[in-house]
Design a protein around this ligand. Structure first.
Ligand code: ATP
Ligand code: MG
Length: 418
């Protein structure tokens, strides 16, 4: 027998027993986003490799070692998107959307060649949100409040908000020099990755997940102490806005984010309930990216939610959404009954909006059809045989109790609606 071809490592099937949770979560999130005036944008999963190199940054984990890049048949280097911001900016620029303010969202798969483990996959899914043309910090505050509302709407507790400011590009440059001086003094304590990044991207050292780097990082100078005036004012205004609605947050001066394009406000929502993959939502301001990609300068801020982690967290907190079950399952035995069942089912779907009704297909005796009805989780079985057809009635069995009664066809819709 031929070998069975299995899925790619780290790329998972999302099976029908869990897709209803995904759908319910996505619907809730989409509703909240729409309620703030965000509009959906769809852009390709594949982009030119240069787009990601230029936006995310050459010396980041993503570009250095996580991208799925390949040459197409013309020899052009393409990449499966590792995140959505770059493609969203590209699409907005290319289509002239940046001439005015925009509130946009998107969702879909992202691809990163990471070591697969719980909460970290090679294909994962994000809902991303971007706002263009707003200077802030009012939009920063609104966006963070919107994320808080997302969790509230999902009935999710257990997420903590962390915020920080990365300052202006100039302030960051000055700070980087200080940081390099500090790490130079402790060069022997830097791990391999950090040694490599010392001069190219010292901020990323602060983002290290290596516990042995913790103490060294704790002693490093803090970017928050080296902010430019405008960033400091904006950050204070953001904090005030969050305070004024009583949203609890923690200022985490080590929060630097893994991508190069961020500046000023950054934030993450984290949980202790998912082990080390605890960041469920992350984002920040990236005012420099549009001009860096060749467009006319436009301010920008956004965030992305990791849906796998969000759904795991809902599960861990026993807060998965209630999912709809099947209302009725039609059991029909005999040629005439099978024909009648199809017609009856169509009529019921017309008359009972939202009815979830399965018609047994594929034949079989009453016993085997009842097994299917049972497995479907339907509330009622609707039973059609020769006798029922002759009398224009149907047997209605309440699956939970086993009780059965006979209902005439013309009142069946009413019965199911009750
Ligand atoms: P991490 O620090 O966990 O690697 P990140 O900073 O690389 O995350 P972002 O690029 O900011 O993550 O992506 C936003 C969100 O997408 C993350 O907070 C997380 O919820 C989710 N995410 C990122 N990478 C993965 C992955 N490989 N598998 C599953 N979810 C992911
Ligand atoms: Mg990462």
């Amino acid at each position: 027998m031929a070998d069975i071809i299995r899925s790619v490592r780290g790329m998972n099937d999302i099976l029908p027993d869990v897709t209803p949770y995904w759908q319910a979560v996505e619907t809730t999130l989409n509703d909240v986003l729409r309620s703030y005036g965000y509009q959906e944008i769809r852009f390709p999963i594949v982009e030119k490799t240069a787009l990601f190199c230029r936006s995310i940054g050459e010396v980041t984990d993503i570009v250095e070692k996580e991208m799925y890049s390949f040459d197409d048949r013309n020899g052009e280097s393409l990449t499966l998107r590792p995140e959505g911001t770059a493609g969203c900016v590209r699409a907005a620029m290319q289509n002239g959307l940046l001439n005015q303010t925009q509130r946009l969202w998107y969702q879909g798969p992202m691809f990163r060649y990471e070591r697969p483990q719980k909460g970290r996959y090679r294909q994962f899914h994000q809902i991303g949100v971007e706002a263009y043309g707003f200077k802030g910090p009012d939009i920063d505050a609104e966006m963070i409040l919107m994320t808080a509302r997302l969790w509230k709407q999902l009935g999710l507790r257990g997420l903590k908000l962390q915020i920080n400011s990365l300052g202006s590009t100039e302030a960051r440059l000055l700070y980087k020099a200080k940081l390099i001086d500090y790490f130079e003094l402790h060069r022997d304590q830097l791990d391999e990755d950090s040694q490599r990044r010392l001069h190219s991207n010292p901020l990323r050292i602060l983002d290290s997940k290596n516990p042995e780097m913790q103490a060294l990082n704790d002693g490093a100078p803090m970017l928050l102490d080296h902010l430019d005036k405008e960033s400091e004012q904006d950050f204070n205004a953001l904090c005030e806005a969050l305070d004024s609605v009583g949203l609890i947050y923690e200022i985490n001066p080590r929060l630097v984010r893994g991508l190069d394009y961020y500046g000023k406000t950054v934030f993450e929502w984290v949980t202790e309930h998912l082990g080390s993959q605890g960041t469920v939502c992350a984002g920040g301001r990236y005012d420099g990216l549009v001009s860096q990609l060749g467009g006319k300068a436009a301010t920008a801020i956004g965030f992305a939610i990791g849906l796998e982690r969000l759904i795991s967290l809902l599960e861990a907190m026993d807060a998965l959404p209630k999912i709809e079950t099947i209302d009725a399952y039609i059991v029909a035995v005999g040629d005439k009954a099978v024909r009648e069942a199809l017609l009856l089912a169509e009529r019921l779907r017309d008359e009972v909006p939202g009815l979830k009704l399965i018609t047994h297909c594929g034949g079989g005796n009453f016993k085997s059809q009842f097994k299917h009805a049972d497995r479907s989780g339907a509330r009622w079985s609707l039973i059609l045989g020769d006798d029922e057809i002759n009398n224009k009635v149907i047997g209605v069995k309440t699956m939970a109790t086993g009780e059965q009664e006979t209902v005439s066809w013309d009142v069946l819709a009413n019965y199911l609606q009750s």
